[in-house]
Every structure is written in C-alpha cells, then in structure tokens.
Design a protein. Structure first.
Length: 320
C-alpha cells in the first residue's frame, strides 16, 4: 500500500483525501476524507474573476489540509483544480497561493481530464458486481460544471458542460446578491432550458443512452440520497452505493424547489453550504435521469478524489 494525498478544488468546495492505496487490486483505505465549502467560484460566472474573499477562504482551507497531510506522512500530494479556476482571469493568484501553502502547483485540468478521474474513482471498485450492468454513465454534478462519462473497461465518451449547481443558482436565482426563495416557475424553467441545452451538447459526443447503470457523484447527489433515506445526519457509509429510484428523486427535487431557505436548512443531513444551491443540483440530476430513462441512480461517495489518489499511487509505484 502507498500513502498518498489528493485535493480536489472545485467551484463550491475543496476536498481532501489521505489514503493508503494499492492500484493493482483497486483497494483504497481512507485515513482522512473531508470537505470544506469555500465557494471559490463566487461570482465567476458574472465577473470572470476569483473574488478576494473566495481566495481567502480557499487558502485558509489549504492551510488546514497542509497540517493534516503532514500529520499522516503522505508520500506525495496531487492538487487538482476544476471549473472555477479554469474560467477565471486571475487564476495565477490562486496558483501562487496554493504553491506557497502546500508546496505543489495546482493542476488546472480540463473537463475531459476531470471526467476521466471521476470515472476511475467511481467505478474501479464496482468491477465484478453482478447486480450492476455495464456500461456505466458516471455523472459528477459539481458547483460550476457537470461531467459525463460513459464506459465499461474503458471510457467510450466524456464531456464537461457548465451546468453546476452554483452556476445555475447564480445565473438564474440570484438577484442583487439574494437568492430567490423559493424560485418562481419561470426561474425553474430557465434552469431547465440551460440543462436541456447542455444535455443536447453532451449527446453529440457521448452515447448517454447506451449506458445501463447511472452512477451519481458529488454533493448534490449524495445529499439527495441522504434525504431519500431520511438520515438523522450525513452518513457516508449509508450513502455510498445507495440506490435512489427516479420517483423519489422527482419528489425530493420538487420539494426542494418549493421550500424556503429555513425549511431546507432544517433537513438534518443538509450541509449549510448547500442550502441555497441544492435545488438546482437536484434538478440537474432529475433532468439527466429523464433524458436517459434511468429508473434509479447508484450513489457513490468515491469520485474524482479517489481517481486522483489512484493515479498518484500508480506513478509512485512506477518510479525507479
């Protein structure tokens, strides 16, 4: 086993995984896995720049993670940055800050690379399960973008599109700094139109309808699962590989889109940083299920972080 660290910095959250990994067997043992809502992508869709306060929040989380990585003695760290930092004019400020704190330069990866990492992390441990039929469609609903990957033993097609939960909320529900609560039907229809246009774009290159099993990743999907199970608190063990039927996803999405901030915040499994964006995230999931006719979504707690960790371990094993 090789001890490695992986950081995934997205539009809404920054996440850390320190794990012992055997890339040959696909075994991965968590030592520390955590997430901090930093909203790095705050206002990026509107301004094209990373806000100073968003950078400050992100760098504070990086300092906390640096101490954890040192404590566990990871052999190597890989830091991957996704949608918000791809889009920002001042991403060099972000790169310099991360390098100063963690000693590694963040890799601002493409949407296709993000999709590959997510697919590896989500599906490596599913190999051989008779109850899940390949090919898989892995969907990673992030804050700024959503990644789609269809594959079995190899990736058949991948695409990233800008329909993340934060981006959809800021684009359609935010007015004068305040989120409409609850959204109007016209606002929901506008989000739907963006999602459907993005799905049309994805289908030009990714065979979505060839997939037999839908695997959903990231906070919007895992939160929907937690709500579906009526969990008294967020419980990764109960959420990982849970299966949520289409009808339940539809009910939850409709409830989230018609509830108030206080009602959503009162859901026991709801992270405070997701209260304002979960409705849009759930709507992305529901729209995908409707597009491909999925009867259920298999929810995975293992995602891009695990994919990054596998690549780091493989690189360390291959060195002379």
């Amino acid at each position: 086993m090789t001890r490695v660290a992986a950081i995934d910095c997205g539009t809404n959250s920054i996440r850390l995984l320190v794990a012992d990994v055997d890339p040959l067997t696909g075994q991965l043992v968590d030592l520390d896995r955590r997430m901090t809502i930093v909203r790095l992508g705050q206002g990026v869709d509107r301004t094209g720049r990373l806000a100073p306060e968003a950078l400050e929040r992100t760098f504070a989380a990086c300092k906390e993670y640096a101490a954890i990585i040192k404590e566990h003695g990871a052999e190597r760290l890989r830091f991957v940055a996704t949608s918000a930092s791809r889009d920002a004019e001042n991403r060099d400020d972000f790169v310099r800050g991360v390098l100063d704190i963690l000693g590694v330069e963040p890799e601002v990866i493409s949407g296709d690379q993000e999709a590959e990492f997510s697919f590896t992390g989500a599906t490596r441990e599913l190999s051989g399960r008779a109850d899940l039929t390949r090919p898989y469609l892995v969907v990673d609903i992030g804050g700024g973008s959503t990644e789609f990957v269809v594959g079995d033993d190899h990736v058949r097609g991948a695409r990233s599109v800008d329909i993340g939960c934060v981006r959809m909320t800021e684009r359609h529900l935010l007015h004068d700094g305040v989120v409409t609560d609850p959204p109007t039907q016209a606002q929901i229809d506008a989000i739907r139109a963006d999602i459907e246009a993005a799905l049309d774009l994805v289908e030009r290159t990714v065979p979505l309808r060839e997939a037999h099993t839908l695997v959903g990743l990231a906070g919007s999907v895992t939160t929907v699962s937690a709500i579906a199970q009526n969990l008294p608190a967020y419980d990764p063990a109960a959420i990982h590989h849970s299966r949520v039927p289409y009808d339940r996803v539809r009910e939850i999405t409709e409830s989230l889109l018609t509830s108030t901030h206080a009602e959503r915040a009162g859901i026991p499994s709801m992270h405070p940083g997701r209260v304002d964006v979960i409705g849009a995230g759930a709507l992305v999931l529901l729209s995908i299920m409707e597009r491909i006719g999925a009867h259920e979504v298999v929810v995975s707690e293992h995602d891009i972080l695990d994919g990054i960790a596998f690549t780091v371990a493989e690189e360390l094993q291959q060195r002379p």
